[in-house]
Design a protein around this ligand. Sequence first.
Ligand code: ZN
Length: 244
Amino acid sequence: MPQKVFENFASGGGMVLKMQEIKNQICDICAKMWQLGWVAANDGNVSVRLADGTFLVTPAGIGKSFITPDKIVQINSASETIGETDYRPSSEIKMHLRCYQDRDDIGAVIHAHPPTATGYAVANKALDGYTMIEAVLTIGSVPVTPYGTPSTHEVPEAIAPYLQEHDVLLLQNHGALSVGADLLTAFYRMETLELWAKISLNAHLLGGAVEISRENIERLCSMRGQYGMSGRHPGYKKYPNGGS
Ligand SMILES: [Zn+2]
């Protein structure tokens, strides 16, 4: 699917989608998340920032494979719902709103529990091996952010220090978070994270991954500009104790 279709708040002059189309896209992404096994029961949440500064958010308490466009909730930056709805916004909305508040370049946020990446999160092991070209180029190291009780202010406070350098984070004992200028970019980053986590675990079973040379890592990082890649990248950064 062409990325243009997913442009929204942060697209800067491109095609602006109607709200109904964005709701359809959120449902499509939710269905993919469930098909990929990234969520069980009511796990996970998705949001998109609209051009008027409001947000479309997945509803609380509904499995991602059952979400339909009419269940998507529109809220303002104070988490107040806009318009008539029988649904409440996701309980993790504070985490999403903190992403939008702290970075103007973020137009979409995804939280899920992809099982291999979440394995690293519950083992408190950062994915900071610069071992696979695609992951080095697109997301760099992924730290484990400190433990936070879901739905409280602990979670946004825990992620904020890392958000300035990273588009993908592991949440300790919980799951993963990805952000992007648009929904498809955030989804692709979560896909890259989970595939890289699987590959890293396989390499570990085979005796350990071999890191790319620093010279080649620097070359890969410098190529991000040539490819016109959006978002943040930490450069070469290690997190030997998970997130600290
Ligand atoms: Zn979660």
